[in-house]
Design a protein around this ligand. Structure first.
Ligand code: ZN
Length: 194
């Protein structure tokens, strides 16, 4: 096998472990399958013979864009590095330029100034809705809202944020042909539309 084919085969082998499998989570699993599909598209373009063609570059960047979008729904955002964590890591690294990179990343989110994304919670809410079609958004908020308040203490703002994220998740799923409208599931149950 040429070295490139080996490399590609290696990436294909590790792909499923990059997005852990949770078969008990229906909506997560749909998004995970889509991520793997875009990853396969990315590899297809990356290892195609037509190197340096604009078409190949655009295919690669389109796939990467979709992979980033899907990841933002699949997983909780990575927490910013705290000073204590950074110091711990620094004691284990002797290379000075690596130390500097770590120091610069303390306290920074990948998108500076934005609050931590709650997209992954909307996917948990839809997974729960799949299992309990009569789940209300109020109950989903009580179950998942990360604001730290106890049961029945969540504000209208908590519920509104959850509602908006769920609507955005439903919209994303619709672009891939899945109808996951909250109210409809409550009355009709889940129907596969593609
Ligand atoms: Zn809350």
């Amino acid at each position: 096998m040429p070295p490139n084919a080996n490399f590609r085969a290696g990436l294909e082998t590790i792909a499923p472990s990059l997005v852990p499998d949770h078969p008990e989570r229906h909506v997560y699993s749909i998004l995970r399958e889509l991520w793997l599909r875009f990853f396969a598209d990315f590899l297809e373009a990356a290892f195609s013979d037509s190197s340096n063609s604009p078409e190949r570059d655009s295919k690669m960047s389109q796939s990467q864009k979709m992979m980033r979008e899907l990841r933002s729904w699949l997983f909780a955002p990575v927490e910013p590095l705290t000073t204590a964590d950074a110091l711990q890591i620094l004691t284990e690294i002797s290379d000075q330029s690596t130390q500097e990179i770590i120091l610069r990343s303390v306290g920074k989110r990948s998108h500076r100034g934005q609050p931590a994304s709650k997209r992954h919670l909307a996917i948990f809410a839809l997974d729960a809705k799949y299992v309990f079609p009569h789940l209300t958004q109020r109950a989903a908020t009580h179950m998942l809202c990360p604001c730290g308040k106890g049961d029945d203490q969540h504000s209208d703002k908590c519920r509104e944020q959850m509602r908006q994220q769920i609507n955005r998740a439903v919209k994303l799923l619709r672009t891939f042909g899945y109808d996951f409208t909250w109210e409809r599931i409550g009355t009709d149950g889940w129907k596969e539309t593609i």
